[in-house]
Structures are given as structure tokens and as C-alpha cells.
Design a protein. Structure first.
Length: 183
């Protein structure tokens, strides 16, 4: 992944800012099902590739059926989820599958490694991403490329996460979008 910042939008105002940015790939976090059609249309009109967080689409269950519908109707670049069924279906449909994992404690980490082995996602999104030592540990254990997200607030934290082995950073912090701007 050449793009090191994946701008994450949680509302239409942030999404509109992303559309004006030089970034090609973006993440949409929190939306209502009724917004999906318009967001997809706007992204296509601006030549943007979207990764939708299936677990955060309100009004739609985060399961294989919803995933199939999203893939067929909106042809996203990628989908993020904590659910193995979503990851399997996204991969089956030829869509980038991002398995989101939470670094809560050692038990959760071990369960995540088993899940990653089972689902074989294209990417893992590690949260919180502000712990570079944990990114390095995850990178040592799995061959799957890593996105780091959550609680990354400064450019030094972005650099530390990338140095630790993250391929890219998912962030809604617009100051980081601007600092790492590609233009």
C-alpha cells in the first residue's frame, strides 16, 4: 500500500473534505444505510476508492448477506469488520477484506491471532494503533499487512506506527491528513 494515511470519515462533512483531498483511498466509519448509495456515488464521481466499516452501518446487520449486498450494489474497494463471516464473504466477492482486532489484553490478542489464521484477511486493522510495540509483536506473528488505527494523535505516533510495521494508518484526525498530504 503506497498510501500511508487512510483518511477515515465519520460524517458527511469529513467525507466531503476527503473527496477534496489528494488521497485515493478512504474509510467511511459511521453511517446510516440510507447514506450508502449517495456516499458511494460521490466517491465514484471523485475517483475515490472506499473502504466501508460494515459493523458501523446502522440499519444493516453486519453479516454475510449484508456484505454480499454491499459488494454487489456499491462495489467497494474494501470492507472492515470484526466478523469472520463478513471477511470471508468480502474475499469471496473480490473485495479487500480488513479484519479489525482490538488489543485489549493477552487473551484477546491470542483469540485475534486464531481468528486471523481462520479468516486470512487481506489486511488487519489493529486498535489502538498508538502502541508501536504491539504493532511490531503482531507483525512478528502474522504475515498479513497491518493498518494501525485508534488513538493515533500526532505525526510522531504515525511515524512510530509505520516504523513498527504498519502499512498505513487509518485516522479521522484531519491534522494528520494535512501533514501527510500527498500533493
Amino acid at each position: 500500500m503506497e498510501q500511508k494515511i487512510l483518511p477515515a470519515s465519520a460524517n458527511l462533512k469529513e467525507f466531503e473534505r476527503f473527496l477534496k483531498s489528494p488521497y485515493e483511498i478512504g474509510v467511511f466509519l459511521d453511517m446510516h444505510i440510507a447514506q450508502l448509495k449517495n456516499i458511494s456515488k460521490m466517491a465514484n464521481e471523485h475517483g475515490k476508492k472506499m473502504i466501508y466499516h460494515v459493523d458501523l452501518i446502522h440499519g444493516m446487520k453486519n453479516d454475510e448477506y449484508a456484505t454480499e449486498y454491499i459488494c454487489q450494489e456499491f462495489k467497494p474497494f474494501g470492507l472492515i469488520s470484526t466478523k469472520s463471516g463478513v471477511i470471508h464473504k468480502a474475499k469471496q466477492k473480490g473485495v479487500i477484506a480488513v479484519q479489525r482486532i482490538f488489543l485489549i489484553d493477552s487473551h484477546a490478542l491470542e483469540k485475534s491471532f486464531k481468528l486471523i489464521e481462520k479468516t486470512q484477511p487481506d489486511y488487519i486493522e489493529v486498535l489502538p494503533g498508538a502502541m508501536p510495540w504491539m504493532i511490531a509483536e503482531v507483525k512478528e506473528r502474522v504475515s498479513t499487512p497491518i493498518f494501525a488505527g485508534g488513538l493515533i494523535r500526532t505525526k510522531d505516533e504515525v511515524k512510530a506506527a509505520l516504523k513498527a510495521g504498519a502499512e498505513a494508518i487509518t485516522t479521522s484526525k484531519k491534522e494528520l491528513w494535512d501533514f501527510f498530504d500527498l500533493s
